[in-house]
Write a new protein. Structure first.
Lengths: 378, 259
């Protein structure tokens, strides 16, 4: 087994590394599945207690090679680098430990010669305000991938409104986690399209700044650190940050609100917490030209009900690699504008990368009309 | 039981405070078994370096190997002295089943006059285990016992550097051949080490612990078998990274080890 993998890797390594994707697993089940693939089919999967004992000790490193194919006929070759952040440590209490892991993964990507690195999920959140903490690099650029994530969230909101027969212009939009890179990007893109925007976050100063910026463009804005302080119920909700308790939304939003769960980890269950709401997972895209993993991690690293669906943040790196545009497209916090979103959407679309079909924790979203959004959307 | 502690010297004049003595003595049976494993490992390393000197062509390398053997014997003596300070005469057993297999793996390299193979087994595999586990023990063991473990961990880490330079140069000549050799030795040596480091000794007594297996009792001294295994395998992966063996390959090797 080891010999065959070694020879596959040796073959793969002869090529250039166009992109690297830095990621982590959101559940112990997913982490166990990654280790099971690495152990191979002829060995018993590790018992759960062994997975929890072993995983935190593994230093960040590549687990597989990735080939992304464009509908334009191009291919880009990359690595998926697992940071091995334990799924139960995706919290502020472990920020220093997790930053060290992301730095380790970044160093691995640089050493592998990756031209562009996308920071997936929690890695992106950790680094968006700490780019100076990445290791020194020469020919490697980093992107948080947040611009494409924002694009897919906005497109998802538009699609759900269309499917549900909702009028965006008369809607009240609530953004939870509004001062983060993704939250503020979504607010900037959607504010001109809705009647009122409610911005919620923990940092009052940043809330004031974003509120003032949108107000200057003529948007009706309210800001609050506590959801109970808003004067109106929202009928569109973007959770750009995970809620400590999803029940916090209950009674604060319209019972039939459209809710986009775009936080990490995604923790809004439509049946349990928000029975009347239309909940979907936002920020996900599909690469219609196809995605190949070696070894085969299909359905393990991308655990979605549709094929070749990946988080927008990771797809941004692939899209830029396919475009041969090795630039740090998304960096820092609060710089995502509607123009930049349009630009990355155009680049992604040239290579067949579109918003993924809508789904949530219960499976594909079925709208009130019975419509089932099953195809990636150009 | 094969006791190979002939060169262990009595260390005198190292006093510990009454508090430290009481703390260490309280868990003396646990520290006795931890020390027994450490002394056995050091004596085995000394034997390995002595054997290595027999296949070195360069007189400087012979001297170097013999010097390392002496250093490892010195480590064993320091561990034995720590045992005496807590009132135990720590035994050792280089013929215990796991340690014996590790020695045999090394001797196969010697028989093939495979100098590089010997370095991989001793400096990359066995020393990773020693450096990482001594460092963890050093953090929790009281007083001079903890200091000795920490100091020896640091000393072991230092002398890996010289071997690392030789091994990196060797890999630069033919990376694929080198990696295949490491993998072959990994299957042999690391499988045995993984069995030693498993959370439970599933195939019977290890023949080093004084009475029953020490692993379940490690919690009493703020250690665990899982922690020692995790730290050792992490150190091993990092050592292989420093050699230049691709991380995605070594990750697969390590995840395929028995638990």
């Amino acid at each position: 087994m080891g010999d065959s993998i070694a020879s596959v890797i040796a073959r793969e390594r002869t090529g250039e590394v166009d992109f690297a994707l830095i990621g982590h697993q959101e559940s112990w089940r997913a982490a166990a599945d990654v280790l099971a693939v690495l152990r191979g089919p002829e060995r018993m999967p590790l018992p759960d207690d062994e997975v929890k004992d072993i995983l935190p000790w593994i230093p960040p490193r590549a687990v597989c090679h990735v080939e992304a194919a464009s509908i334009a006929g191009k291919k880009a070759h990359g690595l998926y680098i697992e940071s091995f952040i334990p799924p139960d440590r995706l919290e502020a209490a472990y920020v220093h430990e997790n930053l060290a892991r992301v730095r380790g993964a970044a160093a691995y990507a640089i050493k592998a010669g990756a031209k562009i690195v996308s920071l997936g999920g929690f890695s992106s959140i950790l680094i968006e305000g700490n780019f100076d903490q990445l290791p020194e690099r020469h020919d490697t650029v980093f992107t948080t991938g947040n611009t494409l994530t924002v694009a897919f969230i906005v497109q998802g909101i538009e699609k759900m409104c269309a499917l549900e027969g909702r009028d965006l212009e008369s809607s009240t939009l609530l953004v939870v986690g509004a001062t983060g890179d993704v939250g503020s990007g979504c607010a900037r893109c959607l504010a001109p399209m809705v009647r009122r925007v409610l911005l919620n976050a923990r940092n009052v100063e940043r809330l004031h700044r974003l509120g003032a910026e949108l107000q200057a463009d003529g948007v009706h804005v309210e800001i609050a650190t506590d959801l109970r302080q808003f004067s109106a119920e929202a009928d569109l909700v973007i959770c750009a940050a995970s809620l400590a308790a999803p029940s916090l939304l209950l009674g604060r939003i319209a019972p039939d609100a459209i809710v986009c769960d775009a936080g990490y980890p995604k923790n809004l269950s439509p049946r349990v917490e928000l029975p009347g709401a239309k909940v979907f997972f936002g920020g996900l895209g599909q690469i219609t030209g196809g995605l190949r993993f070696a070894p085969d991690f299909r359905g393990v690293l991308n655990r979605h009900p549709f094929p070749d669906v990946v988080h927008g943040c990771l797809l941004e790196g692939m899209a830029l690699a396919l475009e041969r545009l090795f630039e740090p497209f998304s960096q820092g916090r609060g710089f995502i504008t509607p123009e930049r979103v349009e630009e990355i959407v155009r680049i992604a679309a040239r290579h067949g990368i579109y918003r993924a079909p809508l789904y949530n924790g219960d499976g594909p979203v079925i709208c009130s009309s019975g419509y089932f959004d099953s195809a990636a959307c150009a | 039981m094969n006791t190979a502690g002939g060169n262990i010297e009595r260390v005198v004049g190292l006093e510990r405070s009454p508090m430290e003595s009481a703390s260490a003595s309280l868990n003396a049976p646990i520290w006795e078994d931890v020390l027994a494993q450490a002394i056995t490992g050091e004596l085995l390393a000394a034997m390995n370096y002595a054997s290595l000197s027999e296949i070195c062509d360069d007189p400087a390398e012979v001297a170097d190997a013999l010097e390392h053997a002496e250093i490892e014997r010195g480590h064993a003596a320091r561990f034995a002295a720590e045992g005496r300070k807590i009132g135990v005469d720590v035994s050792n057993n280089v013929g215990a089943k796991h340690w014996k297999r590790l020695r045999e793996a090394f001797l196969r390299c010697v028989a093939e006059r495979d100098f590089i193979g010997c370095l991989i087994v001793q400096e990359i595999m066995l020393e990773s285990f020693a450096v990482a586990s001594y460092a963890r023990v050093g953090r929790v063991a009281p007083g001079s016992l903890g200091k000795t473990f920490s100091t020896i961990a640091a000393e072991e880490e230092e002398h890996v550097d010289h071997a690392m330079a030789i091994l990196r140069a060797e890999r630069a000549l033919d990376a694929q051949r080198f990696d295949e050799k490491v993998y072959r030795l990994h299957l042999d040596v690391m499988t045995t080490l993984a069995q030693m480091l498993a959370k439970e000794c599933k195939d019977g007594h290890c023949e080093v612990c004084h009475n029953s297996c020490v692993k379940p009792a490690l919690f009493d001294v703020s250690l665990s078998a899982a922690e020692l295994r995790g730290a050792s395998l992490r150190q091993y992966l990092k050592a292989l990274d420093m050699l230049g063996v691709p991380g995605e390959v070594t990750l697969t090797w390590v995840t395929q080890l028995p638990v």
